[in-house]
Ligand binder design. Structure first.
Ligand SMILES: [Cu+2]
Length: 178
């Protein structure tokens, strides 16, 4: 079979696409879009200078919750260390970098002062149970499936606009902070 014109090719493509959609459903279509779109649906990353910020994500929060966590991995491909200095987002009054640890047998969180170093050629993961961002004073509840914008400021790489993908509440979704 050959396509004699772009119009015919487009028509055939449309036919194939609609049949494909019928047979495999929307989930498969979303997966197919991974290979078409510039930015993927499931994984996403942001670049600034030598830094790559991989898959920023947050959790949906129960109604009335005042805080939400923020997580991602920063990869430093450069030859000098950098430092995450500050975070801001329209979703909350303020955002802090926190560290989780055990003090006197009790899990505690405390703000990290002086920023978080991203070693040269290394990476740092912000994840539940360790370093994380805290969006404090939520202006609304982040909903599962949406993305919200935030700005990260690094000492050398400067300011990076990222989007946090909101995932389900999960086991630790209701954790409290002071
Ligand atoms: Cu915290």
């Amino acid at each position: 079979m050959s396509y004699s014109s772009p119009v015919a090719a487009g028509f055939m493509f449309g036919r194939v696409l609609s049949r494909f959609r019928e047979r495999l459903g929307l989930a498969a279509l979303a997966f197919a879009l991974l290979f078409v779109g510039a930015q993927s649906v499931l994984a996403h990353e942001f670049k600034a200078g030598d830094l790559e910020i991989e898959h920023p994500w947050s959790r949906a929060t129960p109604a009335g919750a005042k805080v939400a966590g923020g997580y991602f991995t920063v990869v430093n491909k450069g030859g000098t260390p950098d430092r995450l200095l500050s975070i801001s987002s329209d979703i909350s009054e303020k955002a802090e970098l926190h560290e989780m640890g055990v003090k006197d047998g009790v899990m505690t969180m405390r703000p990290v002062s002086g920023g978080l170093e991203i070693p040269a050629g290394g990476k740092v993961a912000l994840a539940p149970g360790g370093y994380h961002l805290m969006f404090i004073g939520l202006k609304r509840q982040p909903k599962q499936g949406e993305k919200f914008a935030a700005t990260l400021t690094f000492e050398k790489a400067g300011t990076v606009n990222v989007e946090f993908a909101v995932e389900g509440m999960g086991e630790m979704g209701g954790m409290d902070h002071d």
